[in-house]
Design a protein around this ligand. Structure first.
Ligand SMILES: Cc1cc2nc3c(=O)[nH]c(=O)nc-3n(C[C@H](O)[C@H](O)[C@H](O)COP(=O)(O)O)c2cc1C
Length: 377
């Protein structure tokens, strides 16, 4: 299974294409739209999200709510386009207004104009913007529905926003209910502190980052492979996840604790229970040697504070070459809860790709048969 995304932030809309899903998978469009809405609606997000009302419109590959096995394509309209058509029309538009000449440090702006030979950072930021992640979220939402047929389920929750952390440990079912908590932060006692922190940072024209955890359960043993570097599951997950805008670090299992600890405290003893190999602990986070080992996959992701600042830091005007403050585009203050939803979907996309590689089939029935056969070994 492979996929493409296209679309500019203030263009007509976003487009996604997925090729390689089996036929006869039931797709619940409301569930995808609910996830898209969730991505948009957190405290700390900017005014743009009040304009957009993301909804997926399928163009191909699905009939009467079931996949056909043919490429699935879809469109997500940008409602803000009506305000931008004059500047963004693909064939004929005003390119002298809305120019962005002072590249924002921390963004693709400067390297992008040099690489693609532009004199306007808008040509870069329209695509480098995290608006693109709405498409990847939708693709992941479809993959989540595919994987449900094999009991594979995911959950995520926010671990920290700025310096406010939740260090408690939670089971999968508790994390699954994170949407019932503000900021997807499971420690209710700290919600007011987070709100005050965001308000304070925002009033200073600044931004904050944070971290979250993704858990995936019931992934069968042997997804991914050790036989070649580019088939390792942790490598594939890391590559897909780190491409989520503003993510700067990723951790599998207890990776950030074990690197200073002894080997005897860092690995998971093997047991044999009810006919299955199991682990006493899960420090590896469900992946060893580039393969799933049957335990919950545990991933933690760390995001930098987003780079557009209402109190901007210094940059250079690319026209005059004078030092000036960086440009300001409409911006969020923190995106950590939204990013947790996006990244959970991105992780499930990778699991879906690798699951279908192992249990490949043209129809859902065929994939189910291959998956069930694997229990017989
Ligand atoms: C959901 C989401 C929303 C974002 N919104 C903004 C934003 O409003 N302003 C901003 O400067 N960066 C925002 N970012 C981060 C930038 O897109 C990102 O930092 C930039 O493209 C540079 O990429 P990099 O940080 O991955 O190197 C957002 C990221 C995510 C995940």
């Amino acid at each position: 299974m492979r996929y493409f995304t296209a679309g500019e932030s203030h263009g007509k809309g976003l487009v996604g294409v997925i090729e390689g899903l089996p036929s006869n998978v039931y797709i619940d469009v409301d569930e995808i739209n609910d996830l898209l809405k969730k991505r948009q609606s957190f405290y700390g997000r900017g005014n743009r999200m009040k304009i957009e009302n993301d909804k997926i419109e399928f163009i191909s590959g699905i009939r009467n709510s079931k996949t056909l096995g043919s490429p699935i394509s879809f469109f997500i309209k940008n409602y803000d386009y009506k305000n931008w058509e004059k500047y963004m029309d693909p064939m004929n538009c005003d390119i002298s207004s809305k120019k962005v000449l002072k590249p924002r440090p921390g963004h693709a702006d400067l390297s992008g104009i040099i690489k693609y030979d532009f004199d306007d950072c808008r040509n870069v930021l329209e695509r480098s913007s995290a608006r693109e992640t709405a498409t990847r979220l939708a693709i992941g939402a479809i993959c989540i529905q595919v994987l449900r047929n094999f009991n594979i389920d995911s959950a995520s929750h926010v671990l920290s926003i700025g310096d406010i952390r939740n260090s408690n440990t939670y089971c999968f079912e508790e994390i699954k209910r994170s949407d019932e908590y503000e900021f997807r932060f499971l420690d209710n006692k700290r919600i007011d502190d987070i709100k005050s922190l965001i308000d304070r940072i925002k009033s200073q024209g600044d931004t904050i980052g944070g971290s979250y955890e993704i858990r995936i359960k019931n992934v069968p043993v042997g997804i991914g492979s050790y036989v070649h570097y580019d088939r390792k599951l942790d490598g594939l997950l890391a590559a897909a996840l780190i491409s989520v805008n503003s993510m700067k670090a990723i951790e599998f299992g207890d990776g950030l604790e074990t690197f200073i600890d002894k080997g005897s405290n860092s690995h998971d003893a093997i047991e044999y229970r009810n006919g299955n190999y199991r682990r006493k602990t899960n420090r590896a986070g469900g992946i060893e040697g580039g393969m799933s080992n049957g335990e919950e996959i545990v991933i933690r992701c760390y995001h930098k504070p987003i780079p557009t600042l209402y109190k901007p830091i210094k940059s250079v005007n690319i026209s005059s070459k004078e030092i000036e403050c960086a440009s300001i585009e409409r911006s969020d203050c923190t995106v950590v809860p939204s990013a947790s939803i996006i990244s959970e979907s991105v992780a499930m996309t990778v699991i879906c790709q690798e699951f279908l590689r192992k249990f490949s089939g043209d129809s859902l029935k065929e994939v189910l048969r291959n998956w069930k056969n694997s229990f017989l070994n």
